[in-house]
Design a protein around this ligand. Sequence first.
Ligand SMILES: [Zn+2]
Length: 120
Amino acid sequence: MKYTIKIDRNSIKKNPNAGFRGPYYVPGKTDCNADGSVSRNITPVYMINGEPEYSYDLIYPDITCQHCGSVSSYNELEDEEYVDDDDDYCISTNICPKCKTSDCCQIEFETLKDALKDNP
Ligand SMILES: [Zn+2]
């Protein structure tokens, strides 16, 4: 079975910080020093590499495993990284949580471009 993960049309928002680059700060705890002054610990958490222009949610369908027929939500599918007999690094994706068959279905993601076509 082939599934397309769709973009929730109602969730598409233009990002007001689009293109922003730089460290993202969160305020840490506020310390009160012995002399009464207050110092605030502000920690950079991560670097933002150019924020995307839009934010949106995805709609996850229930997935039926083509091997065992059980129904799982997309979030229950597993991925596994392993090294094969030739020492090659491999990734199994879309592993059925019930029967552990990899690629138990085909999943593709709708592109934002397609979603915006319906909802300019
Ligand atoms: Zn299965």
